[in-house]
Design a protein around this ligand. Structure first.
Ligand code: S3P
Length: 420
């Protein structure tokens, strides 16, 4: 299998969510170019419209216009966050600072995901919650006057960190959050700094004291490195050719997967292509390589949390055994991603195992063959679709359509760059 061509990937999911949420909080009209138009991004747009924001349809290649009211308005019905954990957790932060009641729900996968990780700090700040589904959704929030907080997060999570920061923003109170190990993505910090707010990073504590209002803005969303990772992985596994992925966000808290691939023998070329709203952007040029196993340490995990499915697939074709340390968080992603990465690798003929919170993947060379169960998890579907491109592969994926959660037209993009 060869790769060839130059492609762009859809807009960054994390940045698109944040742009829509913040634009809804601004009084006036913001413009978001290059926004992701996937199902998850539409979930954010849908719930924000119900909260009073005017948001133009999310369609590819179209500038998104957001008319914010300066505050959110009480919704008339339940807010359906679809499959999107980021929509839910970040929105809960904003809602904590609003004096009305709202009930959030989502699809089957989202309803089972833990929400106490955000309701706990938000309760301490003064928001009130009624649980209808234990630790998950549906959940009713009643926001109001908030207190400042200094919060030590039990896990490194950009969603918890951002939820608390957005509560600080909406409630007009200072907040500080501390991450235990490694740094999770810092898009919220960068965006708030781009607005002129001071966000301090002092000895592991992120400190944010909101001053003033969010003003309307124009932003161009870079390509999503988490989507690019599937094409990067594909190129690493190819027998020849060269693939350029243009206009990708290369924020250092997002590109840990490139460091791991370098350790595995791959040499991605990163050609800087500017800066957007405090976010570095680059073209990534990839060629195949002889792959060797590596160890991915606990502190690296937050910087590549969404890329573990594709890295595990790449590891299954490397010489030796790769271990990913302390990846228990994967159990509470869109699926039990940890269990399913291992069982699907085994189902397609590789040796993989979960030992405690670690994932072990033994490299092999036999053509992958077997049936993959995604449980509707977009990143599992795309990672195993990449594995299915190898010569002699016969990989049947139960649901590739779920890739549309983050990467519209993924199958077509794959077909465009693969040469047999
Ligand atoms: C995200 C943070 C990550 C990531 C998710 C998007 C974000 O979750 O897995 O896809 O946009 O803040 P955690 O912060 O909970 O690890």
């Amino acid at each position: 299998m060869m790769v060839q061509g130059a492609v762009r990937v859809p807009g960054d999911k994390s940045i698109t969510h944040r742009a829509l949420l913040l634009a809804a909080m601004a009084r006036g009209t913001s413009h978001v170019g290059g926004a992701l138009t996937s199902l998850d991004a539409r979930s954010s747009a849908r719930v924000l419209r119900r909260l009073g924001a005017g948001i133009s349809p999310l369609a590819s290649e179209r500038l998104v216009t957001v008319r914010g009211q300066g505050r959110l308005r009480a919704p008339e019905a339940r807010l359906d966050c679809g499959n999107s954990g980021t929509t839910t957790r970040l929105l809960l932060g904003l809602l904590a600072g609003h004096r009305f009641t709202a009930t959030l729900t989502g699809d089957r996968s989202l309803r089972r995901r833990p929400m106490r990780r955000v309701t706990l700090p938000l309760t301490r700040m003064g928001a009130r919650f009624t649980e209808h589904g234990g630790d998950g959704l549906p959940l009713t929030i009643r926001g109001g006057a908030l207190h400042p907080i200094e919060y030590r997060m039990p896990v490194s999570s950009a969603q918890i960190k951002s939820s608390v920061m957005l509560a600080g923003l909406a409630g007009g109170v200072p907040v500080a959050v501390h991450e235990p190990a490694g740094r999770s993505r810092d898009h919220t910090e960068r965006m708030l700094r781009a607005f002129g707010y001071e966000v301090k990073d002092d000895d592991g504590w992120i400190r944010f004291a909101p001053t003033g209002r969010v003003v309307p803005f124009d932003l161009q969303v870079p390509g999503d490195p988490s989507s690019a990772a599937f094409l990067v992985g594909l190129a690493a596994l190819a027998d020849g050719g060269e693939l350029c992925i243009a206009g990708v966000g290369v924020n250092p808290t997002r590109v840990g997967f490139l460091d791991v691939l370098r350790r595995m023998g791959v040499a991605p070329i990163i050609e800087p292509a500017g800066d957007e709203f405090g976010e570095p952007v680059a073209d990534i040029v990839m060629r195949p390589a002889e792959l060797r196993a590596t160890e991915v340490h606990a502190a690296d995990i937050p910087g590549l949390i969404d890329e573990i499915p594709i890295l595990a697939v790449v590891a299954s074709r490397a010489h030796g055994a790769t271990v990913f340390r302390d990846v228990g968080e994967l159990r509470v992603k869109e699926s039990d991603r940890l269990g399913l990465i291992a069982s699907n690798l085994r189902a397609t003929g590789a040796a993989a195992e979960v030992r405690g919170d670690d994932l072990w993947v033994e490299g092999g060379a036999a053509p992958p063959r077997g049936a993959v169960r995604t449980a509707g998890d977009h990143r599992l579907a795309m990672a195993f679709a990449v594995l299915g491109q190898l010569p002699g592969a016969r990989v049947r994926i139960d649901d590739l359509a779920c890739a549309a959660v983050s990467f519209p037209n993924f199958p077509a993009t794959l077909r465009r760059v693969v040469r047999r």
